[in-house]
Design a protein. Structure first.
Length: 229
């Protein structure tokens, strides 16, 4: 066995890992993949969470670790694997751009484990985990807008002085977007872009607007950009 291994290394055909090295590298890759997926689950925000993506992170880390051990120190084998893997097409669209960072971390973890860079894997994973949790806890980059679309119908003989003070009391800013007169010209439907004051409740505003004489069909719609992560 030693003669075969020495001859392969001499010819540059392979870099043979000892069985204990392979087991240790794969176990480390599995642990790193589990940590990455757990950090992703704990810090994820929004509606794009996917269990299959968590499993993919674990699998990618293990697979990359195997690929790095297969490549070893053979440049020819590295180019051969690039050509072989280029036929794979990934058609799944990443819904959250932050998910890409976790994919790259899984790749880096697999590479570190596959090349027996244990200290680099431990330090890199520690720093990544700390940064991910700090950014999640501080909600770094979030932008609170509290933006709503306010629609209501108002009788023709009612002017802005009836509903204006209510809007001014609740809204930081209000922009009139659309006026739609009714077919009988007895009322109009108004549409406002409203940015509420942070401490005010949208339900309180809609209730007060509805209580104004001559106002009906009140509708308050939360904008998609309410909180932008």
């Amino acid at each position: 066995m030693n003669t075969v291994q020495e001859s392969l290394i001499t010819e540059g055909l392979a870099f043979i890992y000892r069985p204990q090295d392979i087991i240790l590298n794969m176990c480390l890759a599995f642990v790193l993949g589990m940590v990455i997926s757990y950090v992703y689950k704990s810090t994820h925000k929004g509606l794009s969470y996917s269990q299959s993506f968590m499993l993919t992170l674990v699998f990618v880390t293990l697979i990359v670790s195997m690929v790095m051990m297969v490549i070893g120190n053979s440049l020819a084998r590295a180019f051969a694997l690039v050509g072989a893997l280029s036929i794979i097409r990934f058609r799944t669209v990443v819904k959250d751009t932050k998910d890409t960072a976790y994919v790259f971390m899984a790749l880096a973890g697999g590479m570190a484990a596959g090349t027996s860079s244990y200290f680099l894997a431990a330090i890199g994973m520690t720093v990544f985990t700390v940064v991910a949790y700090v950014l999640a806890i501080t909600n770094y980059g979030s932008l609170y807008k509290s933006e709503f679309i306010l629609r209501f119908r108002i009788a023709k003989d009612i002017d802005q002085s009836a509903y204006g003070p209510v809007i001014d009391r609740f809204a930081k800013s209000a922009t009139l977007l659309h006026i739609e007169p009714s077919g009988d010209n007895l009322s109009s439907k108004l549409t406002f872009d409203i940015i509420l004051k942070k401490d005010d409740q949208p339900t309180a505003m809609s209730t007060e607007i509805a209580s104004v004489e001559g106002v009906s069909e009140v509708m308050l719609i939360a904008s998609k950009t309410d909180v932008d992560y």
